[in-house]
Design a protein around this ligand. Structure first.
Ligand SMILES: Cc1cc2nc3c(=O)[nH]c(=O)nc-3n(C[C@H](O)[C@H](O)[C@H](O)COP(=O)(O)OP(=O)(O)OC[C@H]3O[C@@H](n4cnc5c(N)ncnc54)[C@H](O)[C@@H]3O)c2cc1C
Length: 495
């Protein structure tokens, strides 16, 4: 019998389990579907900080992702692979390491929607406690002693594409903000990373590694949780397939951190979800809730660059170095557009890119189990750009990419520029209808799935609980959710 079972050792789950294990006498079981391993035993490719050199599709698919998981981005597309991390550290073990906070408006907006304790002022102490900022440790809104190191590239070291985008966007009127994690900052910034030197720092490294010797923490890999077990309406444990055997683990409470795709699937298999649909699949509904609804990711598009010369990183790691947050002018939401440089693409040709995405999203999709087998990935449909304001914002983002493509600095470094998978010339004029077709066909995800069990469902505390996808890459927010849940549980227990 455990005090707490945490399901999923990813960004949120590792933080929850490690923080709870700080309490003497508390017994915590962390169950992870993928492999568990100590930091020192991480696959060498995953220790590095160059996302373009991590071969997720080729070498790591079976061990560190869900290789059969697919998702439909828009109504004009067929399902395509969707990447989620698997194993200790979850997606933080395979991600791009960009470490950016959402703006105040997201937190205050969630609080205004009834998410008590989520205003920016409420969560700022946790944001500072979870980081050790290498560049601004003395600022009151930063921390110097937390588990996750944060560091920024220097503007004078920007590589070829980043330097060009920096010059262009400055001329286009975007202000320079040396720290995008400072409250109120916007515009062009060095993209902060959660890494240390040339070493990745996943939540397996930052949270679990220092906690592993604690007597109260047990981590079990290769443990695929099927469902939550209930006594009446109270969660009393989980059923899992662990080491090939069906096992039941008992606990006083269960914290689901299996991510935005798999947490709703576990809840649905447990009878918590849209009752009529669950009955059709042979699941007895316990509670009729819209679990799986509300799914979001940032709708994105890439400006591909055919470069004259390979990118010069000046001996630094080959990763993206810059992001730009800006107002699209559609509605009242600030920072609703974002651009980023993804860094070396690892595709073996002299190419680069600038990605743009809608940062404040209205459209929602669905996660739905396709059957009751826990090994079967759910069906995922994002329905991106279905809300008219998202399409308008997407147009503003594409227009910004067009301006960048047309700039003399870009002509200097790139022989050609092209938008989306269809490689459309940025100069191609489009009517509204043509643009809608182009967008629905070419929109991509940014691997920031969120919102599929929004708050009100207390059993699923990672980014899945947020009312909308944060205006930022989502890893820091997922860790924050884990920190906050642990704080709330510990506070409840200790009074
Ligand atoms: C390729 C990639 C690149 C990214 N790049 C960035 C970036 O640069 N910056 C950024 O901020 N964000 C990035 N993200 C997004 C960010 O990493 C995620 O939003 C964040 O890690 C999600 O945290 P989570 O705890 O919700 O889920 P995860 O970290 O995905 O953890 C979920 C865990 O649950 C486990 N699990 C699932 N189902 C079960 C089950 N049935 N039983 C037991 N365990 C289960 C999984 O194996 C996984 O370990 C990226 C994501 C990906 C995939």
């Amino acid at each position: 019998m455990y005090d707490t079972i945490v399901v999923g050792a990813g960004s949120a789950g590792a933080a929850v389990a490690a923080r709870l294990s700080e309490d003497d006498g508390r017994r915590v079981l962390l169950l992870e579907a993928g492999p568990d391993y100590r930091s020192a035993d991480a696959v060498p490719m995953l220790r590095g900080v160059e996302p373009g050199k991590v071969h997720l599709a080729r070498e790591l698919a079976a061990s560190h992702t869900f290789p059969d998981l697919v998702a439909t981005r828009s109504s004009a597309q067929q399902p395509l692979p969707y990447i989620r991390g698997r194993g200790a550290g979850g997606s933080s073990a395979i991600n791009g390491l960009f470490a950016i906070r959402p703006p105040r408006e997201d937190f205050d907006g969630w609080a205004a929607q009834g998410c008590t304790g989520w205003s920016f002022d409420d969560v700022l102490p946790l944001l500072t406690a979870m980081e050790s900022d290498q560049d601004f440790p003395d600022e009151p809104y930063h921390g110097a002693h937390g588990p996750t190191p944060i560091v920024r590239p220097r503007r004078e070291d920007f590589a070829t594409v980043d330097a060009a985008v920096d010059r262009i966007t400055e001329r286009l009127g975007h202000p320079w903000a040396p720290d995008h994690n400072a409250p109120g900052s916007t515009g062009v910034s060095p993209y902060a990373y959660n890494s240390f030197g040339t070493e990745r720092v996943s939540t397996n490294d930052a949270y679990l590694e220092p906690a592993r010797e604690r007597p109260g923490l047990e981590v079990r890999g290769d443990a695929l949780v099927d469902r939550v077990l209930f006594s009446g309406s109270r969660a009393v444990g989980v059923r899992a397939v662990a080491g090939g055997t069906v096992v039941e683990f008992r606990s006083a409470e269960v914290v689901l951190c299996a991510g935005a795709i798999h947490s709703p699937a576990i809840l649905q298999r447990s009878g918590i979800g849209p009752a009529a649909e669950l009955r059709e699949l042979g699941v007895d509904p316990l509670t009729d809730l819209p679990v799986g609804h509300g799914l979001q990711d940032h709708p994105g598009i890439t400006l591909a660059l055919g470069l004259h010369e390979p990118v010069d990183y000046g001996g630094l790691p080959e990763r993206g170095q810059l992001c730009v947050r800006f107002d699209t002018g559609v509605g009242e939401e600030p920072d609703d557009g974002m651009l980023g440089t993804p860094g070396a693409l690892g595709v073996g040709v002299t190419a680069g890119g600038v990605i743009g995405w809608v940062n404040r999203v209205s459209s929602t999709g669905r996660v739905r189990i396709a059957g009751t087998d826990p090994a079967l990935d759910p069906s995922v449909d994002f329905d991106m750009l279905s809300a008219p304001e998202d399409m308008q914002r997407f147009r503003a983002v594409v227009d910004e990419l067009r301006r960048i493509a047309a700039a003399p600095e870009m002509k200097e470094i790139a022989a050609f520029t092209a938008l989306g998978a269809e490689l459309v010339s940025p100069e191609t004029p489009m009517t509204d209808d043509e643009f809608a077709r182009f967008s629905l066909t070419n929109v991509v995800d940014t691997v920031h799935a969120s919102g599929s069990c929004r708050m009100g469902s207390p059993d699923a505390p990672d980014v899945v609980v947020l009312p909308w996808v944060p205006r930022a890459n989502t890893n820091l927010t997922a860790i924050l959710v884990g920190e906050k849940i642990a704080r709330d549980i510990r506070g409840g227990r200790t009074g």
